[in-house]
Design a protein around this ligand. Structure first.
Ligand SMILES: NC(=O)c1ccc[n+]([C@@H]2O[C@H](COP(=O)([O-])OP(=O)(O)OC[C@H]3O[C@@H](n4cnc5c(N)ncnc54)[C@H](O)[C@@H]3O)[C@@H](O)[C@H]2O)c1
Length: 358
């Protein structure tokens, strides 16, 4: 019997999140991890030793790694400001790309990434792993089956009361493009857009605040963040209008003097609603709006049998799309809409006016 072809992958940026990529690739029986790159030699050695990458396949210059002829696909796990340039370099070198979220610093960069993918006929996948959580898969199926009817409102929350990551460059605007909105709000806006079926955003209003993180003395869920280099927003709020008349409210924060942390989305349709996380469904039964909690959702059937988590499924979805030459399940062409919402919110926060989205 002919041996099934394998996919040879590499990773650029082997810090925190890359370890989920490394282990997901290792779990897939048709993937070979062939190279890694990082400017930080300690991180390079750590990931290389842990995941058996030969010394001559560890690069401090990712451009040298991209010259490898056998390398077919890469994960880009660098800080946000490098997602676009590294992705475009990789696409230009003929590699398929899975970039971590957010897709880019802004939609102009995201468009350049899409153009390069199109030009070179390569896959461009964005790591919005929440789409592959069991409860999100259940929710998507429920909506596709028409149980909620037309979704006309969504409430997105990614609220940490004290929770800016203390490693890396998460507090630095020039390296990240934004704070809570770009880092955690983006996850829930993307998931909500996915559940709503990617309606076209036409206008965004928003405000952002930095009142806490740039002052000393705050201890968060990840320890103490350097307040002297903290230039991102603590909190961003927004309101999005879609061409189909639906709307979305957004509340996201790294630091906020609010009553509780929140992470999830609430959707209201004309037949029913749902919220996650945790997953709850609201349906009208015999005239009564009824709250339901689906049981055993963690056992809900999920794609990609070798995957064990939403992260694994997102990564295995990318792999399968390349091996089978099918569309990737989280294409950049969808995610750019989330990027446009984020850009619109930040611009509105700056101008004090509603941003029209083209
Ligand atoms: N999907 C998720 O749930 C999730 C979770 C955490 C982080 N992320 C995203 O992953 C990205 C990285 O976050 P992290 O927490 O791993 O950060 P990190 O700081 O731990 O890792 C980033 C790595 O990139 C390396 N790097 C920097 N410049 C480089 C260059 N020019 N070439 C090669 N490597 C370079 C750094 O040395 C570091 O090792 C961010 O964009 C973040 O938004 C996603």
């Amino acid at each position: 019997m002919a041996k099934k072809k394998t996919l040879k992958v590499g990773i650029i940026g082997v810090g925190g999140i890359s370890h989920l990529h490394l282990s997901a690739y290792k779990k897939h029986n048709r993937v070979e991890l062939v190279a890694i790159a990082d400017i930080n030699e300690a991180n390079l050695a750590n990931a290389g030793d842990q995941f058996d990458v030969p010394e001559n396949r560890r690069f401090t210059d990712y451009k040298k790694m991209l010259k490898l002829k056998d390398l077919q696909a890469v994960s880009v796990c660098t800080p946000n400001w490098l997602h676009a340039p590294v992705t475009v370099d990789a696409l230009n070198a003929g590699k398929h790309v899975l970039t971590e979220k957010p897709m880019a610093m802004n939609a102009v960069e995201a468009k350049k990434m899409l153009d390069a993918a199109k030009r070179h006929r390569r896959k461009l996948h964005v790591g919005h792993n929440h789409r592959f959580d069991h409860s999100a898969l259940f929710a998507k199926e429920l909506i596709a089956g028409g149980k909620l009817g037309e979704i006309y409102y969504a409430r997105v929350q990614a609220v940490r009361r004290r929770g800016c990551p203390s490693w890396g460059v998460f507090g630095q605007l020039d390296k990240q493009g934004g704070g809570a909105m770009s880092d955690i709000g983006v996850h829930m806006v993307d998931l909500t857009m996915h559940l709503m079926g990617h309606p076209k955003p036409v206008a965004v209003s928003g405000a952002s605040y930095r009142t806490i993180g740039d002052k000393p003395g705050h201890v968060g869920m990840f320890g103490v963040v350097n307040h002297k280099t903290y230039t991102v927003e603590d909190m961003a709020v927004g309101f999005v209008r879609f061409a189909n008349g639906a709307t979305m409210s957004i509340e996201t924060s790294f630091n906020a003097n609010l009553d509780e942390d929140k992470f999830g989305t609430v959707l209201a349709g004309d037949k029913g609603g749902l919220s996650l996380y945790p997953l709850k469904v609201q349906l009208e039964l015999n005239g009564h709006l009824t709250d339901c909690t689906p049981q055993n959702v963690d056992a809900h059937p999920a794609p990609y049998p070798q995957a064990a988590s939403g992260h694994d499924r997102s990564i295995h979805g990318f792999v399968e799309a390349i091996l089978n030459n099918t569309p990737t399940p989280i294409p950049g062409s969808e995610v750019i809409l989330t990027q446009k919402i984020i850009d619109g919110l930040y611009l509105s926060a700056k101008t004090g006016k509603e941003t029209r989205i083209k």
